[in-house]
Write a protein that binds this ligand. Structure first.
Ligand code: ZN
Length: 214
């Protein structure tokens, strides 16, 4: 089968996200760019992820044009392909309606700050105002909020969008952004909220970038 390698990684990632409770029903979508050709494997629109096959994963070009697959690509294809076009360093993109990230995206003080060292890799987490799902407008706003090296953004009244140099990195961004939202929410409820000091965050980011974090 054509593009089996990227289809397999997308399918495995979406099932992993479902298992972790990051994705429910048919919400959320995941994309991965091919290493050699300018094509992208992306989850299909409106199909339950459990029981999905490799042939069900859609293949699109970098402008989102549907090339292959049993079902049409996710309606959020513009968001994924806009980020992949804008960021050559990004190969994998993950959009979910993960519960805690969605809750924390609503407040006026929605900015997430690291509570634990591994979360430092994914800040600053951008904030995207609500715009219609699936629109070019939301795609442009996600690109803008990610900037040149952002890994995660919260989308108000919708969810989050994360990216990385490969699927593992994009999934880590998703998992740790949700973890940041969970820990922030509970700490705020308990009245014990105290994010990591800014100096520690910067040091951790440097160590992570130099691949020296333990
Ligand atoms: Zn969505």
């Amino acid at each position: 089968m054509k593009y089996e390698k990227i289809r397999k990684q997308v399918l495995e990632a979406i099932l992993d996200a479902v298992d972790q409770g990051l994705i429910k029903g048919t919400s959320g979508n995941i994309a991965l760019r091919d290493d050699e050709e300018d094509v992208v494997a992306i989850t299909p629109s409106g199909i339950p992820y459990k029981g999905m096959t490799l042939e069900d994963i859609a293949i699109v070009d970098l402008n989102g044009k549907w090339l292959e697959g049993n079902y049409k690509p996710s309606s959020e294809v513009p968001m994924h392909t806009a980020v992949l076009r804008a960021r050559p360093d990004v190969k994998a993109t993950v959009h979910t309606h993960a519960m805690f990230a969605t809750i924390m995206a609503m407040g006026d003080d929605a900015e997430l700050k690291p509570i634990t060292p591994p979360q430092c890799e994914f800040v600053p987490v951008g904030i995207v105002p609500f715009t219609m799902p699936g629109s070019d407008e939301v795609a442009d706003k996600v690109v803008e909020a990610l900037g040149k090296d952002g890994r995660a953004v919260l989308i108000k009244n919708h969810g989050m969008f994360c990216c990385g140099k490969n699927m593992k990195a994009a999934m880590a961004a998703t998992e740790y952004t949700e973890e940041m939202a969970v820990t922030t929410l509970y700490a705020k409820i308990l009245g014990t909220y105290e994010p990591m000091p800014e100096e520690g965050v910067q040091k951790m980011k440097e160590l992570i970038a130099a691949d020296q974090a333990v």
